[in-house]
Write a protein that binds this ligand. Structure first.
Ligand code: PMP
Length: 398
């Protein structure tokens, strides 16, 4: 039977990493996958994570199963990050959180609950969006529709087009929003636009699903929750998929969370019981280590401070790389105006490079970029900048 199965296409992002690993050229640069690199091109374990892991090693007394929803202290800490430590959503019990295997697992939990228990058939995602969104939602049987987001000419948010395409959203459809640092464009709505979107959503009866994978990479941990908190003000129901892969550097520990906010604590509990039933049938209960580390950090004031600082260090380095990238391209005589990259948030930028230019960068210069032209700025360093920019200028002139 197995011979009848046709091969799946390589994943556009992780497939690129495979190809990069196999490339034997010494001067190769990987700006494909969204992984933070420091100035030495390494992805080290955060100091604060090392400290929490030392504590955990000392205090951990059992490897017994967690509950279906995972570590309760972690869940509470996640809610405080999302809504603010003093939020009445947290204190009221209107929010319930399941520890999930990565942000991807959390998105899956959300989709599963929406399809199986709310009867939702359609999800709206931005055009463009993270390449894996379609996979996750289609795997759960959702129809994936797109709303406009990016204007390729102005390289900015096409807010009027976004609003007009969102008019087609039916009451009760899921609408996916990127909490901050939109992947792949690096362009987020501003404060006024978030407020307006929240009002439209509440009026029209959308069910918002926030994908929050980069909290702290735009402006700050608290500041980056602005959009979500606008929605939380006037929505009695919403869902959030958090990922701590990037902001805690815990990529391979698979640390995420699915949070459901309901009208009342009673409704939350009832609905969440089905989230738990779904998890039981899927992976039964979550892996412990990464979330235990996050919980230790977020439940300790000094460690939390240190974490804020380490996130700020990552954020500032990426911003410096944006500036240096734009400057170096200019110095090297690039034809294009890349200054828009300086105003974008998070790890990614949509470079505007064509598919042919991306292909040539890979084959002729060993520079790996996702086919859409998305560049992971977090992979740039002072050491690889000149070679990178010279390669871009060369493909511009080809
Ligand atoms: N959402 C977005 C927008 C992402 O960029 C990512 C990670 N690339 C995820 C979700 C999933 O994160 P995780 O690796 O924690 O599953």
């Amino acid at each position: 039977m197995f011979e009848l199965v046709s091969a799946a296409p390589a994943d556009p992002i992780l497939g690129l990493t495979e190809a990069f690993k196999e490339d034997t050229r010494t001067q190769k640069i990987n700006l494909g996958v969204g992984i933070y690199k420091n100035e030495d091109g390494q992805t080290p374990v955060l100091n604060v994570v090392k400290k929490a892991e030392a504590k955990l090693l000392e205090s951990e007394s059992s490897k017994s199963y967690l509950s279906i929803e995972g570590n309760a202290q972690y869940g509470l800490a996640v809610q405080k990050l999302l809504f603010g430590a003093d939020s009445d959503i947290v204190s009221s019990g209107r929010a319930l959180t399941a520890q999930s295997p990565g942000g991807t697992g959390a998105l899956h939990n959300a989709a599963e609950f929406a399809v199986n228990h709310l009867g939702i058939k359609t999800i709206w995602v931005s055009n463009p969006t993270w390449a894996n969104h379609g996979n996750v939602f289609k795997a759960m049987g959702l129809e994936v529709k797109q709303y406009e987001y990016y204007n390729a000419n102005t390289k900015s948010l096409d807010y009027p087009a976004m609003l007009s395409s969102l008019e087609q959203v039916a009451k009760g459809d899921l609408v996916l929003l990127h909490g901050c640092c939109h992947n792949p464009t690096g362009i987020d709505p501003d404060a006024a636009q978030w407020k307006e979107l929240a009002n439209i959503s509440a009026d029209k009866g959308w069910l918002p699903l926030f994908d929050f994978a980069y909290q702290g990479f735009a402006t700050g941990i608290e500041e980056d929750a602005l959009g979500l908190r606008e929605f939380a003000k006037n929505h009695s129901e919403l869902m959030i998929a958090s990922s701590f892969s990037k902001n805690f550097g815990l990529y391979n520990e698979r640390v995420g969370a699915f949070t459901l906010v309901a009208k009342t604590p009673e409704v939350a509990k009832q609905a969440f019981s089905q989230v738990k039933a779904g998890i039981r049938a899927n992976y039964s209960n979550p892996p412990s280590h990464g979330a235990a580390v996050v919980s230790i950090i977020l439940n300790d004031e000094a460690l939390t401070q240190e974490w804020h600082q380490e996130v700020a260090d990552m954020r500032v380095r990426i911003k410096e790389m944006r500036d240096l990238f734009v400057k170096t391209l200019k110095d090297e005589g690039a034809k294009g105006d890349y200054s828009f990259i300086q105003g974008q948030n998070g790890m990614f930028s949509f470079s505007g490079l064509s598919k042919e230019q991306v292909a040539s960068l890979k084959s002729d210069f060993a520079v790996y970029i996702v086919g859409s032209g998305r560049i992971s700025v977090a992979g740039m360093t002072k050491n690889n900048m000149l070679a990178l920019c010279q390669a871009i200028v060369a493909v511009e002139n080809a």
